[in-house]
Write a protein that binds this ligand. Structure first.
Ligand code: TRP
Ligand code: SF4
Length: 334
């Protein structure tokens, strides 16, 4: 039996190139060798404040379309929506009974998020108690997501490692208070390239510098054509240095060694202009997205099938979740 993997994403709407080279691309590969559960973490989306009902629903569906178009395969992986499997809420509740508050108060990821959102001003303990329970308890719900399926590994970014540590602590405590039911999952950290946004900062929806996977090719072309370059190349005849050029980080990801050598030389000698240089890279980006785009358009025309994927995934997840909850209720006595 292959090892089990669980991972989720909060519904953020349409995904961008950073996701494709990060979590999503990784998930697609992991399907080859693991038994995978991937879910839309819509309850977790509510922890950071009210979002309209339409936004939650629609952004979940758009994200799911991107998952399927990038190659997450419902024949291989269980793909579902967190709120469709109510057992997660029940397990979260039972876990909350054995989770000491200090574990949550020290969690650096939650505090950083609360600070970014302006809920707190500092990391002082008194300040941290102002955080809504939902956000403070975020890692407890996440522990329920993971332990429900007795996952061995959890593919996440480094920012999530404190959450997985709490999952492990909760598993350990549950096992010692009640009975050995849960394995202690390990974070699965994969080296992923940093994808620069069009302004050179990390690609992120909130920075407005993202290349959205489902945008029309013309738009992607236009955005990348305007991407920031080495400021020394203010004029066409000014030579530049690829190492100082944000766009060149995309060349590194996408171009062949020959192309890299060609554009680097052309940049340093000003034999080519930035637009010529970028064209070499843009072609690869558009090629990579061509299959994605085709699949996306086809899923968009069959939105009912997308809902079927969720229904079937939810059904499969529930089978396992119910088994786990029977064990849990039995040892807890409820
Ligand atoms: N906290 C994760 C994030 O923000 C999303 C998430 C929720 C998750 N539940 C999970 C990830 C369980 C892995 C496993 O990215
Ligand atoms: Fe960047 Fe290419 Fe312009 Fe050089 S020529 S600054 S590498 S885009």
């Amino acid at each position: 039996m292959p090892e089990t993997i669980v991972s989720g994403m909060r519904p953020t709407g349409k995904l961008h190139l950073g996701h494709l080279h990060g979590a999503l691309g990784n998930w697609v590969r992991l399907q080859e060798s693991y038994r995978c559960f991937f879910f839309v973490a819509d309850w977790h989306a509510l922890t950071t404040g009210k979002t309209s009902a339409e936004t939650i629903r629609e952004s979940g569906e758009e994200m799911l379309l991107d998952w399927l178009s990038a190659g997450l395969d419902p024949q291989r992986s269980v793909i579902f929506r967190q709120s469709d499997v109510k057992e997660h809420a029940e397990l979260h509740l039972l876990f909350s009974m054995i989770t000491p508050t200090p574990w949550l108060i020290r969690n650096p990821t939650v505090k950083e998020q609360a600070r970014e959102l302006g809920y707190i001003e500092s990391d002082d303990e008194a300040e941290v108690t102002k955080i809504n329970y939902g956000l403070l308890g975020y890692p407890v719900l996440q522990a329920a997501d993971i332990l429900m399926y007795k996952a061995h590994r959890v593919p996440v970014g480094v920012d999530q490692v404190p959450h997985i540590e709490i999952t492990r602590e909760i598993a350990r405590r549950f096992n010692s208070v009640y009975r050995e039911i849960f394995p202690e999952p390990q974070p699965l950290l994969t080296e992923i390239p940093k994808v620069p946004g069009t302004d050179g900062r990390k690609m992120s929806k909130s920075y407005g510098n993202a290349v959205v996977l489902s945008d029309p090719p013309e738009e992607i072309d236009a955005r990348l054509s305007k991407m920031m370059t080495d400021p020394k190349r203010a004029r066409r005849r000014d030579p530049g240095e690829p190492a100082d050029c944000p766009a060149f980080n995309l060349h590194r990801l996408y171009c062949t060694p020959e192309e890299i050598a060609f554009v680097s030389h052309g940049c340093r000698t000003a034999e080519i202009g930035c637009l010529d240089c970028k064209k070499v890279m843009i072609k690869h980006v558009l090629d990579e997205l061509a299959t994605f785009r085709e699949k996306r358009l086809s899923w968009e025309q069959h939105r009912d099938d997308v809902r079927d994927v969720l229904r079937e995934g939810g059904r499969q997840a529930k089978v396992i979740a119910q088994q786990t909850m029977e064990e849990v209720r039995e040892v807890v006595g409820v």
